[in-house]
Design a protein around this ligand. Structure first.
Ligand code: S3P
Length: 183
């Protein structure tokens, strides 16, 4: 883990800060991100939703029609935007974005990176059939296991804060993140 750049005043909301949620598909980045944004009163950004809004297509449509590389280029573009927005923000960073070294640099410079860490069993249960997530087809659990083996060291590397999400609700995870930020 990097040492945390969180300002001591963060809890009182006196400084511009961003919380950047990373982790595997199914870790709960979107649900936790919304909850956190509500609790902190900070704007919320979701990189997948931004890609979809900009392109007018869903993530599966982009993968299908233009391929993964085109999706990753769009992902990098919106991430650069989200981590340089004015003022504090909560950003849910899609699971694969950390693979790109430029994105990792953007995250490191952009705020406090929080890894929502989960067991593969938790991820598999949460993604279900894998609908809407092209990389999980046709067997989500096998795909998650393979992707996690590749990505786990990268999440470890980028994380300022690690929060385990197994057996915890989004509200509990948001609470845990806030108390980490307050330290
Ligand atoms: C991906 C994660 C997805 C989405 C795309 C690829 C990945 O986002 O960007 O299906 O490579 O891990 P979520 O992590 O929000 O599910």
């Amino acid at each position: 883990m990097r040492s945390s750049p969180v300002s001591p005043e963060l809890g009182a909301g006196r400084v511009t800060e961003r919380v950047l949620l990373v982790g595997m598909m199914g870790a709960g980045k979107t649900t936790v991100g919304r909850e956190l944004s509500r609790r902190l009163g900070w704007p919320y950004f979701d990189s997948d939703a931004m890609v979809e809004a900009h392109s007018g297509k869903t993530v599966p449509e982009i993968f299908e029609e233009r391929g993964e590389a085109a999706f990753r280029a769009e992902e990098a573009r919106v991430l650069a935007e989200a981590v340089t927005s004015d003022g504090p923000a909560v950003v849910s960073v899609a699971g694969g974005a950390v693979l790109d070294p430029d994105n990792r640099r953007r995250l490191a410079a952009g705020g406090t990176v929080v890894w929502l860490r989960a067991e593969v069993e938790t991820l598999a249960r949460r993604v279900g059939s894998g609908k809407g997530r092209p990389l999980l087809s046709p067997d989500p659990e096998t795909a998650l296991r393979r992707l996690y083996a590749q990505r786990r060291p990268v999440y470890e590397q980028v994380a300022d804060v690690v929060v385990d999400v197994d057996h915890r609700s989004a509200a509990e995870v948001a609470e845990a993140i806030i108390s980490e930020l307050d330290r």
